[in-house]
Design a protein around this ligand. Structure first.
Ligand code: ATP
Ligand code: MG
Length: 320
């Protein structure tokens, strides 16, 4: 089937291995055969913090990460929320299609509230899954490569598409989520690997920074390395990371290390990660800030053209 693929990231910091194995690898795999939009979700930065922070710097870094992993801007439309007002306008009719109770039940929103540093929860925090429905549907997206934490949000987009079609006639396809080889990669502290939680291996980190981060990861005192997610989650997590980067099972790595202990495990994982990221890091250095800004300008224009057409269709369906 011919898909329209939509996915994206918040410009809150550098991309990490969780992104890679959760969604980025799928994007690269899909870009040749499908229409693809990649969104820099700048408005969503202020869902869980008061100020957007170093937003321009973060956007540039995100663009560099995209080019580094091999996204091809000639085939993929890379754009940002704040440059496409027609996308954001879809939030109004879409909010009318969901209940407050449905918004309050969203498990990912609850988790993000728990990790937020804000004193009070903003209205945007509750409504951003509906904003994400606008992200997906503004281009009639049908396939959404995301990590596991995003599944409830894709569910909201499906609900919005179905309800809109029921009320106003058939306008939107019902999109589907697509998960990567590791839909929820854990960070070096055992929680979800996350840009905002200081527990992530950044694609753009240096080899030394990567080594230092892995050295700090928690392990246990048993010398014999085994893969046991229940009993030894920290060790299992490192084995998983190494396995993903080497394209091997975590069990086979545990066997290879045997009774070498945590030090040998960390050495192996560090090498595996740095080796895996070497070509990505090299490609990153081949692009300038001016290059990536141009990519974004062109992407914003293309996305906006699409959004204008869809918003017109929505308004017509609603009788406005
Ligand atoms: P933040 O902490 O600022 O929210 P994040 O690391 O959660 O950052 P997002 O920009 O929110 O990153 O998510 C971008 C995409 O990457 C989403 O599709 C999300 O599901 C996926 N993703 C994020 N973290 C992981 C992870 N640890 N494992 C797999 N996929 C992930
Ligand atoms: Mg997130």
């Amino acid at each position: 089937m011919d898909h329209v693929v939509l996915t994206g990231d918040r410009p809150t910091g550098p991309l990490h291995l969780g992104h890679y194995f959760g969604t980025l690898a799928n994007r690269v795999a899909l870009q040749d055969s499908h229409t693809m939009y990649v969104l820099i979700a700048d408005y969503q930065v202020i869902t869980d913090r008061d100020l957007p922070g170093e937003i321009q710097r973060n956007i540039t870094e995100l663009l560099l990460d995209y080019l580094a992993i091999g996204l091809d801007p000639a085939r993929v439309t890379i754009f940002q929320h704040s440059a496409v007002p027609e996308l954001n306008q879809l939030l109004l009719p879409f909010l009318s299609l969901v209940s407050v109770a449905e918004l309050q039940r969203n498990p990912t929103v609850k988790d993000e509230i728990a990790h937020s540093s804000q004193q009070a929860v903003s209205g945007l925090m509750f409504t951003y899954p509906v904003h994400q429905a606008a992200d997906i549907l503004f281009c009639k997206g049908t396939l959404v490569p995301v990590g596991k934490d995003q599944l409830p949000h894709v569910e909201v987009a499906r609900l919005v598409a179905r309800r809109f079609n029921e009320r106003y006639g058939p306008v939107f396809p019902v999109p589907e989520a697509m998960m990567g080889v590791r839909p929820l990669l854990k960070g070096l502290d055992g929680g979800k690997m996350s840009k905002s939680r200081g527990n992530a291996v950044h694609l753009s980190a240096t080899e030394d920074e990567t080594a230092a981060l892995i050295r700090k990861a928690r392990t246990d005192a048993e010398r014999l390395i085994t893969y046991d997610e229940e009993r030894r989650p920290e060790v299992a997590n490192l084995l998983t990371l190494g396995g993903l980067c080497l394209g091997r099972s975590p069990e086979s790595i545990a066997e290879e290390i045997g009774d070498g202990g945590a030090a040998a495990l960390k050495r192996l994982v560090t090498e595996a990660v740095n080796e895996f990221l070497r070509p990505i890091r090299k490609r990153r250095r081949e692009h300038t800030e001016a290059d990536v800004r141009q990519v974004l300008r062109e992407g914003n224009e293309r996305a906006r053209e699409r959004a204008i057409v869809i918003l017109d269709e929505v308004r017509a369906a609603m009788g406005f």
